[in-house]
Design a protein around this ligand. Structure first.
Ligand code: SF4
Ligand code: SF4
Length: 71
């Protein structure tokens, strides 16, 4: 599932958009919560979640078939 931004606590720092190797947040503006422009491109690497400085501002759910691949 693509990332979900909690706009109530996101500071708009843009780090998640910078880290994303897939340009999922393409076109997002600085100092605003990022826009998930290409959700289908997310490969669930978790770079955006791990590097977000605001806990809970961005969350991700890994699809069940991918979870099984990790086993
Ligand atoms: S999990 Fe990875 S690919 Fe998906 S939006 Fe975050 S940084 Fe981009
Ligand atoms: S890294 Fe976190 S706080 Fe910064 S823009 Fe992304 S979701 Fe918002």
């Amino acid at each position: 599932m693509p990332p979900i931004i909690n706009e109530d606590i996101c500071t708009g720092c843009g780090i998640c958009a910078e880290r994303c190797p897939q340009d999922v947040f393409f076109g997002s503006e600085r100092k605003k919560p990022p826009v998930v422009s290409f959700p289908e491109e997310c490969w669930h690497c978790y770079a955006c979640v791990m590097d977000c400085p605001t806990e809970g501002a961005i969350t991700l759910r890994t699809p069940v078939p991918m979870m099984l691949n990790y086993k």
